[in-house]
Design a protein around this ligand. Sequence first.
Ligand code: AMP
Length: 187
Amino acid sequence: MRLVIMGPPGAGKGTQATVVATTLGVPHVSTGDLFRANVGEGTPLGLEAKRYMDAGEYVPDSVTNGMVRDRITQPDCHPGFLLDGYPRTLEQVNELDMMLAAASQSIDRVVELTVDTDEVVERLLKRAQEQGRADDTADVIRRRLEVYAEQTAPLTAVYAGRDLLVRVDGMGEVTEVTRRILSALAD
Ligand code: AMP
């Protein structure tokens, strides 16, 4: 199964993607995690990405697309994967289509986690205290939500048009949301 999970910052994508990927037995490919790993290791890609991440902006496609291509063409992704945080722009949708078409593959399903915006901001501020992420300050959170609304939210219409989109209520207990996602994917 080749899956994408979408939703605004703080929707719980990362938490859900980790559990869902383990349950389905496919790798969890998170662009945010890949960027953070590169930042932590101080690689050139990490240094480039950090400038954008710290400001709540998207890392340029010239950096992001290549990183995703390298990851999803690894052997462990051959049977399937769960993409978390990619695609985030229409250009990335096209790029992903091309990457997959080159291997005669395509996306099977896109899960959109829907949440209440006030709840999202609260979750992100809590995560800022717990994990100390540089991009979880109030100003940067606001910018990340704006960028999501402008650039990423429109992608759901694209995937709905292809009949791939399933909307899942992301509010409530983590285990309950996981159950909803797995049940939506089983339909
Ligand atoms: P996330 O952990 O998914 O919230 O991602 C953290 C940050 O990494 C984002 O705010 C962006 O700066 C960057 N990022 C992650 N995925 C992408 C992507 N697909 N395109 C551009 N930037 C991304």
